[in-house]
Design a protein around this ligand. Structure first.
Ligand SMILES: *[C@@H]1O[C@H](CO)[C@@H](O)[C@H](O)[C@H]1NC(C)=O
Ligand SMILES: *[C@@H]1O[C@H](CO)[C@@H](O)[C@H](O)[C@H]1NC(C)=O
Ligand SMILES: *[C@@H]1O[C@H](CO)[C@@H](O)[C@H](O)[C@H]1NC(C)=O
Ligand SMILES: *[C@@H]1O[C@H](CO)[C@@H](O)[C@H](O)[C@H]1NC(C)=O
Length: 542
């Protein structure tokens, strides 16, 4: 017995030394392959595609979809290669271009971004992609983790891979807010992000991570399972009773929705994060852009500051990184853009969301829109002199106004107005409203396709006018790197004064930040934030 146990020990020691060595050698080999790939000329990496800057995919599907012709001189080419991959933000390999055209074509519709992602952010994203490839659905590590958790019962299991499962709450704008925040949390905590898309979100987005999937497998055993129902609330409760003796569960439900006013508020505290770190699978629900609360957690603060030297760019980068409309959605975006926006000299996006349509008559909102857009010269005044006629000019400028609203009358009225009289500036104003549905529906896939289409089209505009507290507008402004004019919320039949105000930052507003500090005392300030201009409880990064 003694001898065999010695042999066993010896072989364990050998294995313990050999395995890491083997791993290092394998990783070095992979890295050298990767480096080699990086040093190849761009043409080699992208094959012929980079030379054919006009987009073959679009041509093949629809001949009328002419895309801006771009000349092939070399400085143009590097600009395009760079923009194509959003300044290094997107991975250079692991995707089939045809299966997700928007990933490679969005840059054609956007002005050159004035922002550049930090090398540190880029390296964090590349590392995250490796983690996701290693631990993503149906990999060896994923299978092992699942089995290990099932075997360990409800007690904590130490696993190689840890997960955060994003589950949907509220409308599409809110969901995109919480997806970005959850992804950032996943990057910071080295968890793999899996998303549960119910039927109303299927087919909206492409896969964001190369050679893997972010879709939660259908047979994921820990969701809707009575055995795994421990909540963060009960964990905190046990922790209070038992202090450091606590055994964290393997699976935990965490709800950070704004309606859920409970100990979840302590999520932003170091101690909570220490507890959560031990949990293998977090089932997560939120409808908030809770990014600024992550800055309170001391272990995250430094990382975040290195990743984002400019803090109001967080959604801008992560949104452009994560959200690529599927080919179906992209087709609609592209056709609408070509038909109504492509030829304009300036594009104005007008997003009108009414939270209390019964309190504010149509005339109030219309008056407010006109007051805001005319006063700030976003739209030209009408030439109301008797007999004024537009003198035809050779170089007439065209302003295209894209109206996104659930109500058709705003677009129709504005259109009729600019057809009735010439403008004092001589500009031609065209007004287009892609869709309108009287009520926001949260559980309908076609509704979400329309919503995503409009958010994207708005993000391609040069100037944005948005409604207060609308996450729909937040998505458009951050993706487009735009500081919008915000229409103040009308409370009654009077036009608010001033009608609108220019936002100070393009990052979304965190509507319901924590109201307590980590000892449970009342309000404290979140670092790097200011009060939102459109929502008095909210704060945003600037
Ligand atoms: C690029 O364009 C050339 C000539 O226009 C064509 O022969 C070639 O097949 C194109 N490449 C791809 C990848 O479509
Ligand atoms: C993981 O398990 C699934 C079945 O649940 C199987 O199809 C897949 O091949 C497994 N992956 C590996 C790498 O063994
Ligand atoms: C408290 O700790 C003890 C000892 O580790 C353990 O047996 C008991 O189950 C714990 N109680 C709770 C509520 O976690
Ligand atoms: C907008 O309203 C303000 C008062 O709040 C008024 O002073 C201003 O003249 C109005 N501008 C236009 C263009 O109607």
């Amino acid at each position: 017995m003694g001898l065999s146990s010695k042999i066993l020990k010896a072989s364990l020691v050998v294995f313990a030394i050999a395995f890491p060595l083997l791993l290092i050698v394998t990783l070095m080999y992979q890295n050298s392959l990767y480096d080699h790939f990086e040093q190849l000329p761009r043409e080699k990496v992208f094959g012929e595609r980079i030379q054919n800057i006009t987009v073959e995919g679009l041509r093949a599907t629809d001949k009328s979809n002419a895309v801006p012709e771009v000349q092939k001189d070399s400085s143009q080419q590097t600009r395009i290669t760079r923009e194509k991959l959003v300044n290094g933000l997107l991975p250079t390999s692991g995707f089939d271009e045809e299966s997700c055209l928007s990933r490679f074509e969005s840059y054609l519709y956007r002005k050159t971004s004035p922002h550049k992602p930090s090398p540190y952010l880029i390296s964090k994203l590349r590392n995250y992609e490796k983690l996701h490839q290693r631990c993503g659905p149906h990999t060896r590590f994923y299978n092992r983790t699942i089995i290990k958790i099932i075997k360990s019962g409800t007690k904590g299991a130490a696993t190689n891979c840890k997960y955060i499962v994003w589950t949907p709450a509220n409308g599409l704008g809110n969901r995109m807010m919480s997806m970005v925040a959850t992804f950032l949390y996943a990057v910071l905590t080295e968890r793999v992000l899996l998303v549960q898309f119910n039927t109303d979100m299927v087919g909206l987005f492409c896969e964001p991570f190369p050679s893997s999937s972010w879709i939660l497998p259908e047979n994921f055993p820990f969701i809707n399972n009575k055995r795994y129902k421990e909540t963060y609330e009960s964990l905190l409760h046990k922790d209070k009773e038992n202090n450091s003796q606590l055994i964290a569960p393997s699976v935990l439900h965490l709800n950070l929705q704004h309606t859920h006013n409970s100990p979840e508020r302590f999520f932003h505290c170091d101690h909570s994060q220490d507890l959560l770190q031990k949990v293998a699978v977090l089932i997560f629900m939120s409808d908030q852009y809770f990014v600024s609360s992550l800055f309170i957690i001391s272990s995250f603060n430094q990382e975040l500051s290195k990743m984002f030297p400019k803090k109001d760019t967080i959604f801008h980068y992560l949104g452009r990184y994560l959200f690529h409309p599927s080919n179906e959605v992209w087709g609609t975006i592209n056709r609408f853009y070509q038909a109504y926006l492509a030829k304009a000299d300036e594009r104005v996006g007008l997003q009108i969301r009414l939270f209390n349509p019964d309190l504010t008559p149509y005339e109030t909102i219309m008056g407010q829109i006109l007051n805001c857009t005319l006063q700030h010269k976003i739209l030209p005044e009408l030439d109301t002199r008797n007999g004024a006629v537009a003198s035809p000019r050779k170089t007439q400028t065209l302003k295209s106004v894209l109206v996104a609203s659930l109500h058709p009358e705003y677009g129709e009225n504005l259109k009729a107005m600019y057809l009735s009289k010439p403008t004092v500036t001589g500009e031609i104003v065209g007004v287009y409203q892609p869709s309108h549905e009287e009520k926001q529906k949260s559980f309908d896939n076609t509704h979400n396709i329309k919503a995503l289409t409009e958010m994207y089209l708005l993000s391609f505009c040069d100037v944005l006018v948005t409604s207060s507290a609308s996450t729909f507008g937040y998505v458009a402004q951050s993706l487009g790197a735009l500081k919008p004019w915000i229409l103040h919320k009308a409370l009654d039949a009077n036009i608010p004064s001033p009608a609108c105000v220019r936002d100070f930052s393009m990052d979304p507003c965190y509507h319901h930040p924590p109201t307590h500090d980590c000892r449970g005392n009342s309000a404290h300030d979140l670092p790097y934030t200011s009060k939102c201009a459109d929502y008095s409880f909210g704060v945003k990064l600037s």
